[in-house]
Design a protein around this ligand. Structure first.
Ligand code: SF4
Ligand code: ZN
Length: 709
């Protein structure tokens, strides 16, 4: 019998020996000066960065880092020493993986996910804070059978737990044709235990990005991961020493380990749980990490989970295709009087899915009627915009767009399981009632599928959309009495506060002023509070004493003042989940904006990730600012510095998304036609000098503006 501590140290020794060999091989093959970094990250090797406080840039630095890591594994064979040995194991694992990436930018060639980009870390910010992703599981090894492997994964998926897979279970899932990938939140990380480094890197970057934890401050990392990252490990037997050592590191980070391997596991620390019945892994794990899952009981024949939100239904797999860009489709929420609605009435008016040819293009329209004493018409668009999420969480159903530009596909698998048109109604009913229970007493859904009728109804819906847009357009920061704050992201960025105004939505892009207002009215103690705007200090730059007071209080004293309209003077902070980031381009005196989806270079010589690493964690960084996409076309965008006329470069795809509105704003503010064509993109140049030349040629207004710096 071997003691558990001895197993941790022996396992760490194995990983270190392997790393030493890999580093020696890389040195011989590539040379000491050969660059080393993981792709699409500003944190180089994030585990080394986090624990040693050093950015590893080349092979010789990796070798030096290795000597330090080795020392971490030479402590006393007690608890504290075992924890350090666990961290040494992670650094060694990261070194092994880094050597692979030094040889090839894509060593797994699509077969495994391997390293995760900073953009992927950031993408999870909002679902994590809202609880849409209640936690992460790392599953290591092979389940007793292929069927049990898939059952476990799907069990987590249906509870919206994000699943990372390492080793044998990946092949098991593939044999069962399980759909995997980042969008469905099941990631096949890699075949070997050292691939765990990618997950630890992911977690450590979350701490740096959202929590502003400083590299080298290991205690702060432990504290952050323990309190803010609800992760845990499931390890199938047999669990060799090298996995035990990694488990030691996981436990040190606050992540419990559940395993069915009882052999040589003694003494058992509190966070190591032996559960010999693998069918109980999920329950045991959730309990150990104290994760409570809010289950939505919805009467449909397929699974329902936010894990399916990003699922794509391909043409070849679809049974029904309802495309609002080619036929009359729409979705609409209308408020009614209570007596006009029969609660939970779901009516299908027209033919069902099975009456159309497989794969044929059909039309659909939803009218969701709601009633409640506290219901307001301003809530209608807020609910309606959530239909996209509500419907997308159905397994085998894809929903894009909103209003009359929706596009819905139902997969053959969902159809075969019995999914029909009325189930859309069940989903909308259940979600609207549960999410908005404080204002919706009654809800009924009508589903229309007859083309002639849809044409007429769509026209009526369009009138309603137009009326709402007019109301929204008339909402300016000046025309309202209150702003709102949002502190939802504080569960990850404890000092971050968004101030949400009609003309400046939250930086995540998901919280508009109307959303914040609805959130506040639906839950007075929720994340959005009213912020009065009586005591104005400077309306041009956007300073109100009331806002400052709120920010001071909500940030627990870490912020003194924010301006709402300046990027240079006390700009609003960022948590990390921003849709876009803008940064000053000093040669043109303008700003470059880049969205999270764009992974190319910008004229600042930095990628999105690198720019994004300049701000975040609730800290003010003049010159850089995270923001939502819709803010770009706002008249309040950098108003203090001259407004959107400062924008000199944006990715082409972003221009296409915000172009029409931005052109409208520029025409209104500056009398410029087609302003967007004066802005460069990656097809024009990624170089600062060439950018300046282009701006001169396009007659960009920024060249006549005052210097920013
Ligand atoms: Fe987070 Fe701000 Fe979005 Fe609220 S508005 S969820 S605080 S980014
Ligand atoms: Zn955030």
């Amino acid at each position: 019998m071997k003691l558990l501590f001895d197993r941790v140290f022996d396992g760490a020794g194995e990983m270190l020996a392997m790393a030493e060999k890999e580093i020696a091989a890389a040195t011989a093959e590539l040379g000491e000066a050969a660059p080393i970094s993981m792709p699409n990250t500003a944190y180089s090797l994030a585990c080394h960065n986090a624990y040693l406080g050093k950015q590893i840039r080349n092979v010789s630095e990796l070798a030096r880092g290795f000597s330090e890591a080795k020392e971490w594994a030479s402590g006393e064979r007690r608890l504290g020493g075992a924890f350090n040995a666990g961290f040494a194991t992670f650094m060694a694992a990261e070194a092994i993986e880094a050597c692979k990436y030094a040889r090839s930018p894509d060593p797994y060639g699509g077969e495994y996910h391997g390293h995760m980009s900073d953009a992927e870390v950031r993408e999870l910010g909002v679902p994590l804070v809202t609880g849409d992703i209640p936690g992460f599981v790392v599953i290591i090894g092979s389940a007793p059978s292929d069927e049990e492997a898939v059952e476990l994964i799907r069990g987590y998926q249906s509870r919206a737990i994000f699943v990372f897979l390492i080793g044998g279970i990946i092949g098991q899932a593939r044999r069962q044709n399980l759909n995997m990938g980042f969008p469905v939140r099941v990631v096949a990380v890699g075949p070997d235990i050292w691939c765990a480094a990618h997950i630890i890197s992911f977690v450590n970057r979350a701490a740096m990005i959202f929590g502003a934890v400083k590299p080298g401050d290991r205690e702060a990392f432990d504290h952050y991961t323990f309190h803010r990252i609800r992760a845990f490990v499931n390890a199938f037997r047999p669990v060799p020493d090298i996995v035990v050592a990694s488990g030691g590191g996981a436990i040190a980070m606050g992540f419990p380990v559940v395993t069915d391997d009882a052999a040589d596991m003694w003494p058992v620390p509190k966070s190591l749980i032996i559960q010999q019945n693998t069918a109980d892994f999920i329950e045991t794990s959730l309990e150990a990490r104290d994760i409570k899952i809010k289950v939505s009981k919805i009467d449909i024949p397929v699974a329902y989970s936010t894990a399916f939100e990003g699922e794509i239904v391909r043409r070849a797999d679809m049974r029904a295709d309802m495309d609002g860009s080619r036929s009359d489709c729409f979705e609409l929420v209308v408020s009614k009087e209570a007596h006009e609605i029969e609660d939970h009435s779901i009516e299908l008016i027209g033919p069902d899915i099975d009456e159309a040819e497989p794969g044929a293009r059909t039309s659909i329209g939803f009218v969701c009627e709601v009633a409640g004493k506290a219901m307001q018409s301003d809530f209608e668009p807020v609910f309606e915009r959530k239909f996209h999420n509500f419907i997308n969480c159905v397994e085998g159903v894809m929903h894009t767009g909103q209003r009359d530009t929706i596009h819905i596909r139902v997969s053959k698998a969902a159809f075969d399981a019995g999914f029909r048109a009325r189930h859309f109604g069940e989903v909308l009913y259940a979600k609207v009632k549960s999410e908005y229970e404080s204002v919706v007493d009654k809800c009924a859904v009508k589903i229309y599928t007859v083309p002639e009728q849809l044409k007429e109804l769509r026209a009526k819906a369009t009138e309603i959309y137009n009326r709402r847009d007019e109301r929204l357009g008339s909402l300016t920061d000046e025309s309202v009495d209150v702003f709102y704050d949002c502190i939802l992201c504080q569960s990850f960025s404890p000092a971050h506060v968004c101030i949400v105004t009609p003309e400046r939505l939250g930086l995540c892009g998901a919280v508009s002023w109307l959303d914040a207002k609805a959130t506040n009215e639906l839950d007075a103690n929720g994340p959005c509070q009213r912020v009065s705007k009586q005591r104005v200090v400077d309306e041009n730059i956007g300073i109100w004493e009331d806002v400052n007071e709120r920010v001071r209080e909500a940030s627990h004293g870490s912020l003194e003042q924010v301006t709402l309209y300046s990027i240079m003077v006390d700009p609003m902070t960022s948590c990390g989940c921003f849709e876009c980031i803008c940064g000053i381009e000093p040669f043109s005196n303008g700003v470059v904006i880049v969205n999270r989806e764009h992974d190319g270079m910008t004229p600042l010589g930095m990628t999105f990730s690198e720019m994004a690493s300049m701000t975040g964690g609730g800290v003010q960084t003049p010159g850089f600012m995270g923001h939502g996409k819709q803010f770009i076309s706002s008249a309040k965008f950098m108003k203090a510095e001259g407004g959107p006329a400062r924008i000199v470069w944006m990715p082409k795809a972003l221009k296409e998304t915000v172009g029409a509105k931005l052109n409208g704003t520029a025409a209104r503010l500056y009398g410029i036609d087609d302003f967007v064509s004066m802005i460069a993109d990656e097809t024009v140049t990624e170089d600062a000098e060439a950018l300046l030349e282009f701006l001169g040629g396009s007659g960009h207004p920024v060249l006549g503006m005052e210097p920013l710096l």
